[in-house]
Ligand binder design. Structure first.
Ligand SMILES: Nc1nc2c(ncn2[C@@H]2O[C@H](COP(=O)(O)OP(=O)(O)OP(=O)(O)O)[C@@H](O)[C@H]2O)c(=O)[nH]1
Ligand SMILES: [Mg+2]
Length: 224
């Protein structure tokens, strides 16, 4: 009886597709940000706030969900281009699915493109989407122990946004302890405590994103 594990070859082929996609986007000066979190952590609310707060940066959004178009409708209502992506039951996006989603976006000059990944703290971290930045959200009601229980997403993310800080009085959540747990897994991770509801802490996150976009585009210009 032969038993073979084909998981590694699927991952390797996805990694190649993702690397190619990333270079194509870089050549066009487009920074794609893969936004991951558990369901309901506040991804669409955070994106809505970024679109309102950063009018000088043209933003487009790909909303990946198993069903419905409610998130894309929320983004379009703000005047930004959005495409709703249905994953046919899958709990993550891979590089091929992301390329197909990007092709559905019209080229309206957007330089910052967010992929709101499927709400799930586990599977999305396992697949490289081709994004230039990986960003995750952990919200205060979820608890500060999540880096201990779901380490992979914290290891893979460039930034951790701790959101719903306006709810800190009602939950046992130690922001410093959570940040320390995340940094133990990933010393380079940037941590941004914010409330997308009140706007608290959003300016720091927005400045970081502006800096990352400028660096991404400068890298592309240098290579051209
Ligand atoms: N108090 C508070 N509530 C928030 C904040 N951000 C989001 N919420 C609420 O959290 C709930 C879920 O927010 P969404 O932005 O839809 O979350 P999501 O991660 O996009 O959800 P899915 O796409 O379904 O995974 C909504 O009721 C929001 O109003 C925040 O900063 N503070
Ligand atoms: Mg959403």
């Amino acid at each position: 009886m032969k038993i073979i594990n084909v998981g590694a070859s699927v991952t390797a082929s996805n990694d190649r597709d993702a690397a190619l996609l990333r270079e194509e986007l870089r050549a066009k000066g487009q920074l794609m940000v893969n936004l991951m979190s558990a369901p309901g952590s506040g991804k669409t609310t955070l994106l809505s706030r970024l679109i309102k707060d950063m009018p000088e940066v043209k933003i487009a959004v790909m909303e990946a969900d198993i069903e419905s178009a409610v998130d894309a409708e929320r983004i379009e209502a703000l005047g930004a281009q959005a495409v709703q992506v249905h994953t046919d039951g899958m709990c993550h996006m891979d590089a091929g699915m992301t390329r197909a989603s990007l092709e559905a976006l019209e080229d309206d000059g957007a330089k910052l493109i967010f992929l709101e990944n499927v709400g799930n703290l586990i599977c999305p971290a396992e697949y490289d989407t081709g994004a230039g930045l990986d960003m995750m959200i952990l919200s205060v009601p979820e608890g500060d122990d999540k880096p201990l229980k779901y380490p992979l997403m914290f290891e893979k993310s460039n930034a951790l946004v701790i959101t719903k800080t306006d709810a800190l009085p009602y939950f046992r959540f130690d922001v410093e302890l959570c940040a320390a747990r995340a940094r133990k897994l990933n010393p380079a991770i940037r941590v941004f405590p914010v409330s997308a509801k009140t706007g608290d802490g959003m300016a720091e996150l927005e400045d970081w994103l502006r800096g990352k976009l400028a660096a991404w585009q400068a890298g592309a210009a240098k290579e051209a």
